[in-house]
Design a binder for this molecule. Structure first.
Ligand code: ATP
Ligand code: MG
Length: 360
């Protein structure tokens, strides 16, 4: 996968602009607060329709604009180019287009431009709360599995309805049973896909981690689902029934993928409470690089790799190790505050106050 063009209006601090990345390594240089991360974020937004950096979508719209518009032209290996366009208004209205045609469902546009993003805030994957890790699973799986986003949207709707029903002092038992059945079916679908994703990612991340660290510690990711998947649909139904009294007391749904988590282990220790800053950073980086391999295995194509300020905390040896470990032929966009001697970029861009220029 290569992204050949990115255009934006009203995106963060970019009022208007366009970039034409090279198919290989691109370096984006700029001082703090100029828009480097915003640029990478725009590519990830085109891939997933979301950003891991925000809590409200509105934050993405330029302070002085009423809406944002981002578009990208991507070309997958041996395929025709695709144009993905996304618009977002302040009232949260979205407009999505694929090859110029309006599409009503976000699920139809996401995954057409595939990318893996590593931003310093990704340390939250280890350090943050479980909601962050659930969002991570959702955003990544939806790029590889076109039906996944729809499952998640449908699950959210059923969950909302079920929670609303549980708020009543007398609950309509028949309706609750219908919603519970739907919740279990959709929930198990989501949980099974998440389990598969984490299992594969964990294997690849372990190998990556060995190469990035000195190989003395073993990294593992463990999916901890809220449903006990091993017992099948009947077992999950029994599990939910068992806690129905508690759900009535707490007036909320206590089971399902909205309560899942991932545990990061280093050896047998929980990386979250035990790991140093450097160990956590290396682990997250290993996970991101493992994702690149997983994309290749699952889709037959490499994603665009977006590395934000990743070199600032690495010594020269580790910078070299990282550059050498990038898969051959991958398109990467790497941001930095200082020009880097290790990267040997095909194109270099400079970002200043939301203006991007290619340096020749
Ligand atoms: N919605 C928005 N409208 C206007 N400006 C915004 C918006 N969101 C963020 N910004 C501004 O964009 C600027 C650039 O942010 P960005 O995170 O891309 O900087 P950066 O170049 O990555 O800096 P650093 O090197 O410190 O990471 C910030 O000054 C921020 O205040
Ligand atoms: Mg930044």
């Amino acid at each position: 996968m290569k992204i050949d063009a990115i255009k934006f209006a009203g995106w963060r601090n970019f009022k208007k602009g366009e970039v034409f990345p090279a198919p290989g390594v691109n370096v984006v240089v700029g001082q703090n607060g100029q828009g480097k991360t915003n640029l990478l974020e725009s590519v990830y937004f085109l891939s997933t329709g979301f950003s891991p950096r925000i809590t409200r979508q509105e934050q993405l719209i330029n302070h002085e604009s009423e809406y944002l518009y981002v578009s990208g032209k991507g070309t997958r290996a041996k395929e025709e180019p695709v144009w993905v366009e996304m618009g977002l208004h302040r009232d949260n209205r979205r407009v999505n287009k694929l090859n110029g045609a309006l599409v009503s469902r976000l699920g139809e546009v996401v995954g057409n431009i595939r990318s893996v993003l590593f931003v310093p805030e990704d340390m939250d994957l280890v350090k943050g709360g479980p909601a962050r890790r659930r969002r991570f699973m959702d955003l990544e799986i939806c790029q590889m599995d076109s039906g996944y986003r729809n499952d998640v949207e449908r699950y959210k709707r059923v969950l909302q309805q079920r929670n609303a029903l549980l708020k009543f002092s007398t609950v309509d038992g028949t309706l609750l049973a219908v919603l519970t059945e739907k919740l279990i079916k959709l929930g198990m679908n989501i949980s099974c896909k998440r389990r598969e994703f984490v299992k594969k990612l964990s294997l690849l991340a372990r190998l990556r981690h060995r190469r990035l660290s000195d190989g003395t510690e073993e990294l593992a990711l463990c999916y901890t689902p809220s449903f006990c998947l091993e017992s099948g649909e009947c077992g999950v139904a029994a599990q939910v029934r068992e806690h129905s009294k508690q759900e009535r007391i707490q007036r909320t749904t206590l089971f399902g993928p909205h309560r899942d988590d991932i545990t990061f282990l280093l050896g047998s220790e929980d990386l979250r409470s035990y790991g140093s800053q450097g160990q956590q950073r290396t682990a997250v980086l290993a996970v991101k690089l493992a994702e690149v391999e997983l994309f290749l295995a699952e889709t037959g194509d490499l994603p665009v790799l977006l590395l934000d300020d990743v070199f600032s905390e690495l010594d020269q040896v580790r910078r070299r190790l990282l550059m050498d470990s990038l898969p051959k032929g991958i398109q990467a966009i790497i941001t930095t505050t200082e020009p880097l001697s290790e990267t040997n970029p095909q194109k270099t861009f400079s970002v200043r106050k939301g203006q991007i220029t290619e340096l020749v």
